[in-house]
Design a protein around this ligand. Structure first.
Ligand SMILES: Nc1ncnc2c1ncn2[C@@H]1O[C@H](COP(=O)(O)OP(=O)(O)O)[C@@H](O)[C@H]1O
Ligand SMILES: CC(=O)N[C@@H](CCC(=O)OP(=O)(O)O)C(=O)O
Length: 281
């Protein structure tokens, strides 16, 4: 179907060639008030439709520890028992989300803070793995995001700010990796918009040498990704981030970039920014 077609009488019209940025910020940026301020100012300065997704794993770990709850991560995901779910609900859905929304409002951006349960925007299923009980952790199914619902919000002038919480439709909140939420939103909304997915974190992008900010790799395709993994140049949190990024690229997202939150302003100036992913060289 052509992107300008109307889907049905009651649904929104597909958004021709409008651009949409889906930008995710990680815990290290959120944890640093100066970096967060700069990032949000640049985010507000970007033209066009925007959605912000935030993590906050670092803050959740700190606050859980202050409350005497030990943080346990397996394969980059937090084991989320009922006590931990309470903490992440307060930290992601409350503390971090509302602070970000208030700061964006200060910059004149009409941000609206959301979990996946609000507006039934993002449903997930409890993660089931035979060997590990992840507890209240959600995986997002294909088709569990209705892009038209989110599009209505954007068209009404709001900037959605999603935290790392989803729901199962049966009354249960689920803790869901923020990189995965950003990728799933980008894939879903690419049916309506020319979507660019950007992962912002504290480094310049994917680095050849993690300790050398000058060793930025400008472009990675799927073959190079396999090589970098085999050489252990890419590891830990970067692995799920890149897996999510390549899923997005192969499912219709126009561009995926991984870069430093401080450099986001370069995008507006059309200057090179971060590491760009591509399917083939
Ligand atoms: N080649 C690499 N280049 C840059 N970062 C890397 C690389 N390999 C592993 N990493 C690690 O990945 C981390 C980013 O993943 P993560 O902590 O999950 O991000 P976020 O802050 O978005 O949650 C970096 O802080 C870094 O420690
Ligand atoms: C299930 C799961 O692991 N959820 C993540 C959600 C937050 C997140 O993704 O935060 P960062 O992007 O800052 O890492 C967690 O609780 O750590």
């Amino acid at each position: 179907m052509d992107k300008t077609d109307t889907v049905s009488e009651n649904s929104v019209t597909l958004q021709e060639n409008k651009s949409l940025y889906i930008i995710k910020i990680g815990g290290n940026v959120i944890d640093n008030s100066e970096n967060l301020y700069r990032f949000l100012k640049d985010f507000e300065g970007l033209d066009g439709f925007k959605i912000l997704v935030h993590g906050g794993g670092k803050v959740a770990t700190q606050i859980a520890e202050e409350l005497g709850i030990e943080a346990k991560m397996v394969d980059g995901r937090r084991i989320t028992d009922i006590e931990t779910l309470r903490v992440v609900t307060m930290v992601y859905g409350g503390l971090i989300n509302k602070n970000i929304v208030a700061q964006l409002q200060r910059f004149g951006n009409n941000a609206i803070g959301l979990t996946g349960a609000d507006g039934n925007f993002i449903r997930a299923k409890k993660r089931l793995v035979k060997t590990i009980d992840y507890g209240f952790v959600g995986d997002i199914d294909k088709d569990s995001i209705n892009p038209e619902n989110i599009s209505r919000l954007i068209k009404a002038g709001f900037t959605p700010v999603f935290c790392a919480l989803t729901h199962d439709g049966e009354g249960q909140l689920l803790n869901t990796n923020a990189d995965t939420i950003a990728s799933a939103l980008a894939v879903s909304l690419s049916s309506l918009y020319k979507t660019t997915l950007i992962y912002c974190f504290e480094k310049k992008g994917v680095l050849q040498d993690i300790n050398d900010e000058e060793s930025l790799i400008r472009e990675i395709d799927t073959i190079r990704y396999e090589e970098l993994k085999a050489q252990h140049i890419i590891h830990s949190g970067m692995l799920p981030k890149l897996d999510n990024a390549f899923t997005a690229i192969s499912c219709g997202v126009k561009a995926v970039i991984i870069g430093k939150s401080d450099d986001l302003g370069q995008l507006k100036e059309n200057k090179p920014f971060g590491t760009r992913l591509s399917k083939n060289a």
